[in-house]
Design a protein around this ligand. Structure first.
Ligand code: ADP
Length: 251
């Protein structure tokens, strides 16, 4: 009977925790969606009252708010799919170096505009079992963050390597890094180290949450490392593929 009571109690605890998480999520989403809508309403009312000029600059600002809202909705959709395990992954053997290079190419315009260098370092051919589109999305996300959260002229490096029979991608930068007190929360929904700055760069605070869900859906893991003033490093670990294209030694 004692055993049964304990099991029952822990079940009740678990249920109330789930319910609290759900309530928090709904409140967070409502809060995040409210901001761009409120800003947009401000513009519309300002234009109607004649206090904001209806010119190209105003329209550009309004478009920025709509784009942030669109990104939020898309990110939430991705997150819901990934977390419920309903995302259809097209798992296949992929060349990790190719994924790293194409993600680095994709962020090149943004990096160049900031005078930031993005380098790709690979030592051996590594094949992973992954959905190439989704892993590219993860790498692009880490690279965009590395470019966005470092001062202009910084250096970003993508490195692929194998360790303990797994494949790893390291995305490292030489920016300000992530404070130790923030590091444990960096993958939480809507978590931003510097709220105002992230807002101005249009971040949704969901990028790393989605990245983690996607990597975990592949049976992999993601980790953030940072030493004060020494930049941030994100390590994505993925299962290797035993495909013929993988020339690396097995261990
Ligand atoms: P966001 O949309 O705000 O970029 P993310 O989930 O991608 O959301 O990142 C969460 C927060 O982690 C960011 O707001 C930023 O404060 C911090 N962060 C992410 N990558 C880096 C990095 N390379 N260097 C410093 N801080 C970072």
């Amino acid at each position: 009977m004692g055993e049964l009571a304990r099991t029952f109690n822990s079940m009740v605890e678990e249920l109330s925790r789930t319910e609290e998480l759900r309530r928090n999520l709904v409140a967070d989403v409502a809060h995040e969606l409210r901001t761009p809508v409120t800003n947009l309403r401000g513009y519309i009312e300002g234009i109607s009252d004649g206090v904001i000029p209806p010119n190209a600059a105003t329209l550009a600002s309004m478009q920025g708010e709509v784009m942030l809202q669109t990104r939020l909705i898309e990110d939430l959709q991705d997150l819901a799919l990934a977390e419920s395990g309903q995302m259809q992954l097209k798992i296949q053997p992929c060349d990790l170096e190719e994924l790293a290079r194409s993600a680095a190419n994709a962020v090149q315009p943004q990096a160049q505009a900031k005078g930031t260098k993005v380098a790709v370092e690979t030592s051996e051919a590594l094949a992973v079992n992954a959905d190439p589109e989704r892993i590219s999305q993860v790498l692009r996300n880490l690279l965009v963050n590395a470019v966005n959260y470092t001062p202009s002229g910084s250096q970003v490096t993508v490195r692929t390597l194998q360790r303990n029979g797994h494949a790893e991608v390291h995305v490292a930068d030489n920016g300000p890094g992530i404070p130790p007190e923030d590091l444990p929360h960096i993958f939480d929904r809507f978590y931003r180290v510097d709220k105002s700055r992230s807002r101005s760069t249009g971040g949704t605070g969901l990028g790393l949450t989605i990245a983690r869900s996607l990597v975990e859906a592949h049976g992999g893991s993601i980790e953030a490392r940072s030493k004060k003033g020494k930049g941030a490093e994100f390590v994505v670990t993925l299962p290797r593929s035993r495909a013929a294209s993988d020339a690396g030694p097995e261990n």
